[in-house]
Design a binder for this molecule. Sequence first.
Ligand SMILES: [Fe+2]
Ligand SMILES: [Fe+2]
Length: 399
Amino acid sequence: MSARPETKDLLKIIRNLHHIHDYTVLLERILHEARLFVRADAGTLYLRDNDKLYFNYIENDTLFPEGKSEDKFTYTDRSIPLNKSSLAGFVAVTAQPLLIDDVYALPDSLDFTFNPEFDKKSNYHTQSQLVIPLVGDNQKTLGVIQLINAQYGGKTVPFSAMDKVHISFLADHAVLALEKASMAREMVMRMVAIAELRDPYETGSHAKRVGEYALVLYDHFAESRGVSLAERNQKKEAFRAAAILHDVGKAGVSGDILAKNGHYNEKEKLLMYRHTVYGARLFPDSESLWDRIAREVVLNHHERWDGSGYPGKIKDINTNPIKFGYGKKGKEIPLSARIVAIADVYDALTSERSYKEAWTAEAALHFLKSKSDKLFDPELVGIFLKLNETLDAIKRNFK
Ligand SMILES: [Fe+2]
Ligand SMILES: [Fe+2]
């Protein structure tokens, strides 16, 4: 077993957390890093929403080894009431940490009890716990980190008083990073809201679902190609924001044109095509991974595998008037845009719109399959088809 992590490792973790801009990726990292730092076998991150605590992430080395856990609880609506009767609830309400050596040996005199349901169902044995509140600037509890079963020498041991100090310190910084990420996320959603003023179908929930579909598709594709977890995590956050913003350029196109929904004459078609270029101009910084991926997605999400899409090859997107080129083909289209094209079309098909009913998931997947190799990257469609359960969960969670 490697040496116990030290304070300097904690500072490094905190520095890295401050570099993550995506709220959801950040939540996942906070739990993961906290758990590794104190060598907890398992952990749960809860987020507070009004009078409930929602399970946001769960990791458990014994039940589901690393990398395989994320699908299990990422898109969950499971929650517990926000009151002092549970361990996590107690910590959320009082904003005080709890350090418990054995949850099965708690005295009856306490406000909270341990609920053994999860242990029974999963055949797991919870013993020691360290439960830490995530307290925001306004003294309100944002959520709770619950760490389970500290490991030492192959055995479960109690968490130490030092673990409590370290994780409380980590939690304070995690909250700062979360508040920053939440501001960035709100800005992204405001940009979507501006596009929505022009095009009523580009709603916040459509944008969010496209973001989630694109993210899981990227993650499974990258995993199948052996891309390291670190690189996947770094790209995932940029992918989600880029996918959410795919149609941000519609803010620059007249609402009358967008309302025509596909029934365009030649002139109107070219006006509508402009949304890709207008949007891409919003992300000029080639040095920033976020800008780079957002520009790729926004510019190319209507390019099609067989070259039938738009805006095609353009020398300089900043020149006016815009001269549309021949459609990009196959792998000339950036991976990020090939992914978002699938996510965007899938969501448009499975959503109700004034001119059509919502298609079933099966019908939409069947359509993608029938157009794979023509409109869409066949390898990506193949992966997307296997994600049907996750796609359904996303649809349920982002209505
Ligand atoms: Fe578009
Ligand atoms: Fe869209």
